[in-house]
Design a protein around this ligand. Sequence first.
Ligand code: C5P
Length: 300
Amino acid sequence: MRISRQGDTLVVEAPAKLNLHLEVLGRRPDGFHDLKTVMVAVSLTDTLRLRPAPRGEFRLTQRLALPNASALGVAPPDGETNLVIRAARALADVAVAPHGAEIELIKRIPWQAGLGGGSSDAAATLLGLDQLWQLNLSKQELHHIAARLGSDLNFFMERSPLAVCTGRGEAVASLPLRRRIDFVIVQPSGGLSTAEVFRHWIPSECPVDSVPLMHWLANESSPLAPQALYNSLQPPARELHAGVERTCRRLAACGLTAVAMSGSGSACFGVCRSRRHAALLAARLRCERDCRAWAVSTMA
Ligand code: C5P
């Protein structure tokens, strides 16, 4: 999450995330699920431009800057229903003085993809407006507001390249990432609703350990075992959207051995040998029908 100032405007680059390992541990009485997930922030970003507005005025303008946006099905939420406006209002509610904001959002991260774009935009709004309005809230206060808005915001609030997240996803333990990892991300046409994918999740008898993944993340020279990537939500997502299985097969047919779906889908990704390898595969996959592809790297 990079924040810079241009005159009276704060510009925030909000990254997407990939879940390299996601294990759902069980249903909770509050309707959410306990989980444990290993996430990385990657170089596919939305841009937010935040400017002060008269008190109580919150305006959002969205510009879709991603290829073939109409094939993604439903449009991203707009106006008051967008998490960005909800985040701005939640922050204004805890401020002593009244505030307003004009927010321009340039969307490059596809929605309903499991890449956390909406959560990242909302986290960027909280961090950006805290600076713009000179609130200087503590990290703990900002995390508290973030957790009320959604399960993935806290990961982005940490501005960390790698983290293990637990609880419903809001308890974040940041870790250092000492090297760059290159990925190709592919999203089939049509997205998936997070709530619906969780509703279709069935407990598994044999949970998959994240130790091989953590070992690979810490030791560049060790090979990545294909089964080190894991996502408990992949079986229900596959059931709901045939494109998930098709996309994983497409990635495997490109010679990638470590392939998985991110979050609740529908985007899938594969680990590549280099930035060049990821760029070549993304260019090839982009030419195929029903396919949006991006070459990305972990954030420094
Ligand atoms: O927290 P977030 O708004 O991203 O969650 C969207 C929906 O996904 C929730 O309303 C819930 O149905 C489901 N969810 C869940 N368990 C989680 C995270 C999300 O059941 N840990």
